[in-house]
Design a protein around this ligand. Structure first.
Ligand SMILES: C[S@@+](CC[C@H](N)C(=O)[O-])C[C@H]1O[C@@H](n2cnc3c(N)ncnc32)[C@H](O)[C@@H]1O
Length: 305
């Protein structure tokens, strides 16, 4: 049962609510949402690999469905809006095909501009025996308007390796050579995926980590903007939006995931959502028998877990 508090998640579409989470089919619900409503779309669609929440389709009809959904998302974006499509692999016969190279042409046909293809890498997953184990997926970031897309780099800078390094000659001699706010995080992001022991794990098979979405929201949407996810799952996008003080709208077809998602949003609104902080250090792998490296002092930001 969804626990609704007075200030909790709205279960009907309300663009003024902190978060709306709708139960049903995105294709039909989105038709009732006006053009140019959202600042940012962040989503991860089904990959057509036979998960419990998908209906098997041929590759062509799967891509046709994706095209219709992407077109509808673009209609809902404000000028200068951004859209992030997080994808992995699909299976065709014995081949595992990366979905990004099949999805990119759809966006380009619709007139959008690819800004980044971010590699999301993680340390765990299935152990392959006849090929290298898959340890990355991608996030395709497109903008509706190539010159005006919202981007706040300062909001997502990460610490410099040598923050005290200074120019040793020339006009800037003695001044810091790097940006004191930190460096650009780059386009390869190492963020643990949500497997069985992850603090965010629910019964959803494929939820993405809150931290992944937090970085996208911080960089690609204004404070108080509205973030949308048409394949909401257990509402990770909406939870990240609450943590980053943005409003959100999500839609999910499955009533169990919808209920879990609504409760997670309410926890985020109350400040009690359990999540792995973006800033938390990645554990260094070690060989059997090796001693653990000394633990780093937890930062304030990583204390949530
Ligand atoms: C890859 S999962 C997304 C997981 C999500 N990112 C999270 O962190 O929980 C895709 C989700 O889309 C939902 N879905 C599939 N088709 C849908 C549709 N037509 N309308 C709404 N939701 C749909 C599935 O039930 C599934 O939960």
């Amino acid at each position: 049962m969804v626990c609704l508090s007075k200030e909790g998640v709205s279960l009907s579409y309300d663009p003024d609510a902190r978060a709306s989470l709708l139960l049903g089919d995105s294709f039909s619900i989105m038709r009732s949402i006006p053009d140019k409503t959202f600042d940012l779309v962040v989503t991860s669609p089904p990959y057509n690999i036979g998960k419990s929440y998908e209906t098997a389709a041929s590759l062509d009809s799967y891509l046709e469905g994706q095209k219709s959904m992407i077109r509808e998302c673009v209609r809902l974006l404000k000028p200068g809006g951004n859209i992030c499509w997080q994808v992995g692999w699909t299976k065709v016969g014995n081949e595992l095909l990366p979905l990004d190279f099949l999805i990119i042409p759809i966006f380009r046909e619709l007139g959008l501009t690819l800004k980044n293809r971010v590699i999301w890498t993680f340390g765990s997953g299935l152990h392959a025996r006849k090929r290298f184990s898959g340890r990355h997926e991608t996030i395709l970031w497109f903008t509706v308007d190539s010159s005006e897309g919202y981007f706040d780099l300062d909001a997502v800078r990460v610490p410099q390796k040598y923050p005290d390094k200074r120019h040793y000659k020339g006009l800037n001699k003695g001044e810091l050579s790097g940006n004191p706010l930190g460096k650009n995080p780059g386009d390869v992001w190492d963020i643990p995926n949500v497997k069985s022991h992850h603090v965010e794990k629910t019964l959803h098979e494929c939820q993405f980590p809150v931290a992944l979405v937090q970085r996208l929201i911080r960089a690609l949407s204004p404070k108080d903007g509205i973030v949308f996810d048409p394949y909401s799952g257990v509402a990770t996008t909406s939870c990240a939006a609450v943590l980053e003080s943005r409003r959100s709208v999500g839609i999910e077809l499955d009533s169990n995931y919808h209920e879990i998602g609504a409760n997670r949003i309410n926890s985020a609104l109350r400040g009690s959502l359990r999540f792995r902080a973006l800033e938390k250090a990645i554990q260094t792998p070690r060989r059997y028998g090796e001693t653990l490296p000394l633990r780093e002092e937890p930062t304030k930001a990583s204390a949530n877990e």
